[in-house]
Design a protein around this ligand. Structure first.
Ligand code: IPD
Ligand code: CA
Ligand code: CA
Length: 263
């Protein structure tokens, strides 16, 4: 597939940041807390973010950024806005669990135009571009074909304020578990969405994710013919920290029903 220049740039930069994360993984880096004792940030979150912004600025000097650690950088305009999670899966990284990624999405004229998610440990690169499909490496990917809930393989994630049980997310997860369904919580929302896109998971839900967690994942799922909405079935908006269901489409309504029943 021949991608556009911005997509090629995002691929190059995500790989470079991924190599940086891999080189730092399990070394003696500094770990500190953000808001909340379990909400960690490592030296590598900052290093990766600095590298990504610097490299993208070199290539697209007029673009703006929304990055998890720095927030807004530059002024939004008609140019590309890069939405960056420099290390998604920080808690895994901090505990030496090899499951994390770099996530770079890009928005222009209010629309996500591309998404790149790179897992440097598995060396798996997920790329999606508007109207060009979604890819894992060179292979085009599609969501799964699972149509029956009893056969579903699902994933969720929990926000850092889990003890406040936002959106009753604990009971809602319990509902799926009580149905006897295998449920994963691997700790990287961007990879969770990439896994829905390539059919490894049939569905994923979470609440209170930031735009950097979801920008690349949203287009990945959509370009792989999946569906992404909020828990009411309405449009999923990146900016609103709202609820999210991403699925293969076939199980979407059933997932919404279960979530609603345990509200
Ligand atoms: C977190 C991960 C995790 C999800 C959290 C996110 P971070 O992002 O994506 O899977 O459950 O809600 O905040 O802090 O590792 O970038
Ligand atoms: Ca994240
Ligand atoms: Ca992060």
């Amino acid at each position: 597939m021949k991608f556009s220049k911005p997509t090629e740039a995002a691929i190059e930069v995500a790989k470079k940041a991924g190599r940086l994360l891999k080189s730092g993984f399990t070394t003696n880096y500094k770990i500190s807390n953000k808001q909340g004792i379990q909400n960690l940030v490592t030296e590598y979150d900052f290093k990766s973010e600095k590298l990504i912004i610097k490299e993208l600025k070199k290539r697209y000097p007029k673009s703006s950024f929304l990055a998890e650690e720095e927030g807004q950088v530059g002024v939004d305009s008609k140019e590309i806005k890069w939405i960056i999670d420099p290390l998604d899966g920080t808690v895994n990284f901090a505990h030496r669990i090899p499951f994390f990624c770099v996530s770079i999405g890009a928005e222009q004229n209010g629309e996500i135009i591309l998404g790149v998610i790179y897992n440097p440990i598995a060396d798996e690169l997920f790329v999606a571009e508007k109207n060009k499909g979604a890819y894992l490496g060179k292979k085009k990917i599609q969501v799964s074909n699972t149509k029956e809930m009893e056969k579903a393989f699902l994933a969720t994630g929990f926000p850092y304020n889990l003890k406040d049980n936002p959106e009753n997310c604990i009971d809602r997860s319990l509902a799926f578990l009580k149905m006897g369904l295998p449920l994963r919580r691997l700790g990287s929302a961007a990879l969770d969405m990439a896994y829905v896109a390539c059919g490894r998971y049939d569905g994923f839900w979470e609440t209170s994710l930031g735009p950097w967690d979801c920008a690349a994942g949203k287009i990945m799922v959509e370009e792989a013919n999946g569906k992404i909405t909020n828990w009411e079935g309405g449009p999923f908006k990146l900016s609103s920290y709202n609820t999210l269901v991403a699925s293969n489409g076939k199980l979407h309504n059933e997932m919404l029903k279960i979530l609603k029943k345990h509200a």
